[in-house]
Design a binder for this molecule. Structure first.
Ligand code: AR6
Length: 200
């Protein structure tokens, strides 16, 4: 398996290509919509693989939400049903509308809310899909940089909270995009030693 691992704040920050429903972590994050009633992409895959217990739990959660909807940028937790992960954290990313309607901020909040919720429940390993870059149309390069920046900042500000935060990318191309964004954010110390310019 093609895996990229960097250590940040005592946690392993991992990039892998794969299926979010197959991850052996305590919680996987669902790229949901505000109804929490399921959909396509990651959402469909999670409900299919996890079984009806997830939808039942979502219905209960929805009853507690103002207006019966989960606003973009927020997150809630349910059982993982039959998934290998015990919990699903459902969050809603922004629909891409060209980039000038606060999409980056909402995407960052979706990642941040999910991490805080996992932390509040004492969960030590979480796997994210690439939120908003499918049906919601967020350009993957920009999304990768927002996602990684948000997670890296959280891990640095909250050292020791997580053992593992994993990004599960559906295609080689997305994995490559995330790999490049991570390299930009946390340049590896090259063969020339610390201080040598990257790519020299
Ligand atoms: N594992 C990992 N990544 C996946 C998987 C999988 N099993 N399946 C798809 N992807 P999307 P969004 C990738 O559309 O853009 C739903 O209908 C996919 O290739 O799942 O946030 C919801 O109900 C893409 O790179 O999420 C909402 O209505 C990424 O996951 C809406 O879609 C996200 O694609 C949310 O759209």
């Amino acid at each position: 398996m093609d895996v990229v691992v960097r250590r940040v704040g005592g946690a392993a920050l991992e990039l892998v290509r794969g299926d979010i429903t197959q991850q052996q972590v305590e919680a996987v994050v669902n790229a949901a919509n505000p109804s929490l009633m399921g959909g396509g992409g990651v959402d469909g895959a999670i409900h299919r693989a996890g079984g009806p217990a997830i939808l039942e739990a979502c219905k209960q959660v929805v009853r507690t939400l103002p207006g019966g909807r989960l606003p973009p940028g927020e997150a809630v937790l349910t059982t993982g049903g039959r998934l290998p992960s015990r919990y699903v954290i459902h969050t809603v990313g922004p629909v891409w509308r060209g980039g000038s309607e606060g999409e980056e901020e909402v995407l960052a909040r979706a990642y941040g809310s999910s991490l805080r919720l996992a932390q509040a429940h004492g969960l030590r390993s979480v796997a994210f899909p690439s939120i908003s870059t499918g049906a919601y149309g967020f350009p993957v390069e920009r999304a990768a940089s927002v996602a990684l920046r948000t997670v890296v900042e959280f891990l640095r500000e909250n050292p020791g909270v997580f053992d593992r935060v994993r990004f599960v990318l559906w295609s080689d191309r997305d994995l490559d995009t995330y790999r490049r964004a991570l390299e930009k954010l946390l340049p590896a110390i090259g063969a020339g030693g610390a201080g040598s310019p990257a790519g020299a």
